[in-house]
Design a protein around this ligand. Sequence first.
Ligand code: ATP
Length: 257
Amino acid sequence: MIIATRQAHRAGTLSAIEVLHLQKNYGDIIAVDQLSFSIPRGKTYALLGGNGAGKTTTLSMMLGLLLPTSGTIRILGIDMIKDRFKALPRMNFTSPYVDIPHRLTVEQNLRVYGGLYGLKNVKRRITVLAEEYHLTPLLKRRYGSLSQGQKTRVSLAKSLLNEPEILLMDEPTAALDPYTADQVRTALKAYQERLGATILLASHNMQEVERLCEKVLMMKKGRLVDQGSPAELITRYGEQNLEDVFIQIAKGTELPQ
Ligand code: ATP
């Protein structure tokens, strides 16, 4: 079994992410309901769903920030509930809901996070990411004094410090102007291709999803209600674009699986 697992690792056939019967209840509220999906290595998937569908809860459980009520999460073959500290150095995330210390400068923050990941080349890495995410003029500014879009770019740079194999992104471009968002998507695609990283992206921006994601996982009321490539879903629902598919599903006209 161990030999078979190693061979699968070498051949790259193991899923990077496997979620099975994941459940999160808050008293009577079911935030995530028997959610199962898997993502192969090197793919970018989208987690879509209306407000309150359970996307952030799912990502938080995947990061070990929230304990599931039941179910399993394996990332890079590691059980995230028992052994998440083995997987976390190989992962990273962006989220508008997780704040960065306000009183430190951008550079100090990035150094602290680089230190937490045990990076040896943190100075060089900060210089590269500051260039890529247009943060060089902001490095000496206190994080708390930045605009929302500038903070988002810092958060993106932070998420790439350790060159993660697994990147979980909650609305990564939500606060960005269209031009900056476009540049960020190009940079993310280049990063994914360069390192063969696996990305799971929660987003309300359907153009972003069509551009970046091979497959879409559609959530509603905590459940997975459909999945497929953007093109498959558009054809299956007889629509012109993913936004109209999203609206159909939100209205309650999803097709039986
Ligand atoms: P959005 O697109 O609005 O960010 P989401 O898909 O990320 O939504 P979640 O934040 O995961 O949705 O919330 C899923 C459900 O769980 C919602 O009904 C929410 O009200 C509920 N919920 C989330 N956190 C808690 C909590 N701490 N206590 C009680 N209910 C919660």
